[in-house]
Design a protein around this ligand. Sequence first.
Ligand code: FES
Ligand SMILES: [Fe+2]
Length: 371
Amino acid sequence: MARPAASVMLAAQNASSRMADRHTPFVFDDWYVAAFADELGPQLLARTLLGRGVVMYRDPEGRVVAMEDRCPHRSMPLSAGQLQDGQIVCAYHGMRFNAEGDCVHVPSQATCPRSMGVRTYVTLERGPVVWIWMGENETADPQRLPDQDWLTSGDWETSKGYLPLKASYVRLQENLLDLTHLSFLHARSFGTPDYASAAYETDIGEGHFVVRRNVVPTTLPPVWAEPTGIKGQGQAARIVRSEFRSPGMHEVSVSFHDCTLPETDRPTFRIRTAHLPTPETATSTHYFVVHGRDFAQHDKAMTRFMHEQLFVAFQEDVDGLALQETVLARTPPQELYEFSVGADGPSVAMRRYLLARANAQGSTDASRRVL
Ligand code: FES
Ligand SMILES: [Fe+2]
């Protein structure tokens, strides 16, 4: 079959149109990583988050400030200005704004215009990351922040990194729930041939999408074989739990053990990875990653080794998703169809959920359009 019949293509198109994609408005009412905590200090950092320009810094007390990166006078980016005593001085006409976004000084007159100010955002600092609520400030709900004790407990040795991704965050979230790609896209890094066909279970509910995959027995690639010491052919168990936590967080938990040792006498090695995608534009994403392990906590050489190997693999996702986005961009919408298979079940459900969340918040609001 060179090309499916028109009716089949139409059915595939219709199925795709019920899922979030690069044209779907962002989900604003949620938490996203705005920056790593150590990126923020007494200097201005500009970043586009969910299509909006945001400028961030720390005030003299170390508190994180985030506000719209646009001067309310004549729309100069505030990030082009100067930070003085925790206040931004606009680069154009020198108006000054405090950490609450209020205008506190206009050089050409004695008083500020009434109600002149800049929109600020609610932020939460948790361990290595700073989260930002991109919806209205009154709706900011700390309860919606995904539980992430391991990131802040100190019991896990962590490393972190950032990857600029030239693709929609939807496709990254899809990639993370579909681990069959490890055998192919990651064939030269942390994938193994048996991964794609290994038994798996799914758990799908409202906003809850989990895939468990037991790759047993298997051979570990160097990134896991070296730190665990489980190096024999077909000697290892690799038990993976992959969970969508929110539009801005996906968590992968993996445990490894040596299958040749008795159950009562074998160590278990656990690793976790927080994948933290924050949409930049419709087709670009800030991809923050924090990786952790619960063994050999103070072995910095091991941390370096694992970090380097892992980020080679994550770069394979970034490169692959950018290629995919290029094809999506050049395919006329009326000709775009995609078929799903059984393993896509959780990601299809997740993309439907994102679409429902986006539609529920009012797609007619012009300020929420996808850029
Ligand atoms: S544009 Fe900022 S002070 Fe005029
Ligand atoms: Fe991947």
